[in-house]
Design a protein around this ligand. Sequence first.
Ligand code: DUC
Ligand code: ZN
Ligand code: ZN
Ligand code: ZN
Length: 487
Amino acid sequence: MDFDLTIRHGRISNADATFHADIGIQGGRITAIAPALPAGREDVDASGRWVLPGGIDSHCHIEQLSGMGVMCADDFYSGTVSAAFGGTTTILSFAAQHRNDAIPEVLADYHRRAAEKAVIDYGFHLILTNPDETALREHLPQAVRDGISSLKVYMTYDKLKLDDYQLLDVMATAGELGALVMLHAENHDMIRWVAHRLLERGHTAPKFHAVAHDALAETEATHRAIALARLVDVPVLIVHVAGRETVEVIRAARQLGAPVLAESCPQYLFLEAGDSDLPGMEGAKFCCSPPPRDAASQQAVWDGLLDGTLGVFSSDHAPYRFDASGKLPKGDATTFKEMANGVPGIELRLPLLFSEGVMTGRMGIEQFVALTATNHARMYGLAPRKGSIAIGADADIALWDPTRVVDVTAGMLHDNVGYTPYEGRRITGWPTAVYSRGRAVVRDGVLLASRGSGSFVPRGRPEPLRTSAPSPQRGAFSALVGLKRAD
Ligand code: DUC
Ligand code: ZN
Ligand code: ZN
Ligand code: ZN
């Protein structure tokens, strides 16, 4: 046994167990886990540290043009550096098709930019806005063969939205290909109608964003998305769940056996609609879609994460600077309808949940690992290579100091946003060393990895699509309408 790296005397937690052991790493992979391994060429003493699988952030926007044409503030360098400082070792960000873009070119462009800059491993979900025959019959199958086994579609935004007919086409095709469909579920016309009435009456301030995106718009669209998925019997994943009723709709559907998965994010636990009620444009720092809601919704999101209704906790990092290049295209004259949508969170995602979930006793460390790493790996086809500390897996590991207390300031973060909606918050527990495939990326607050040292991770079939047999009730229907599924 000749290890490149050993991490010894730590307390290891996976999604299913916690134990004391040493970890031996060779060639970027974990090759031994045992009580007393000999020291490797590099030997890390993890006494007093919690040794966890590196986080997987399966929802972040990096170096992406938004639907409204605004470029994110983080490129693949700052975005992945910031992720790594927060204990994350793999990101799945979006490769966005805008309506006239050819998908192969979109993907090639994201591949090129990420390969040059990323410091941790990455993959992409395709944002599909034009599901025509070529996209569905040629480009999507090719993308799946190339390891991009998930896509995101939108039910709102003029430039992104698909109608229900198109959503069914996408879901049916995804079922055939073994790709997972992620849905941004909000009712477009409800938002449009309310926003129009608000603006007509001069209600333009950031705080009206949450009024325009009423919780009912989210609940209705989620219910509809689930009905569409049940019709074609194809798993879907509802992203960024914010509202109490939405959690209830998803829980009820899952109890019926519907193939629905769901995600939530820090902003729905730690922010609320009232945070955007500030003088001037300040409130825009707290605006994302769907918007954070009220205390009852925060509690419902906690409950959903704890009972498995919400299986993944991602950042939805949508980084825009607080100026005309980002959040405020018209400066102080920007209406809530014109603001760039989204809040940063790629670096604080794990520390916030560690502090408020694990350190308060709300959630066990194993559930933390499941929600922040293991479930992402399973749902998005990264397992068994990523998401757990196991022999044969990539050595993507974070060492956490549960006693470290940090008071958050925007200045201490490594993104390129310039503000954080979590300014001033006290966090207990922090990742002090982060390894990606056995390379130290961050140690004691110092970046050790170089630009472009991260790699693209081709993904296999997401687990929900591997395990779900067609439901018997829908078998005859599927035959009649010619639904096929990947085998
Ligand atoms: N949807 C996202 O997924 N992220 C940011 C904003 C949005 O509408
Ligand atoms: Zn030991
Ligand atoms: Zn979205
Ligand atoms: Zn997003």
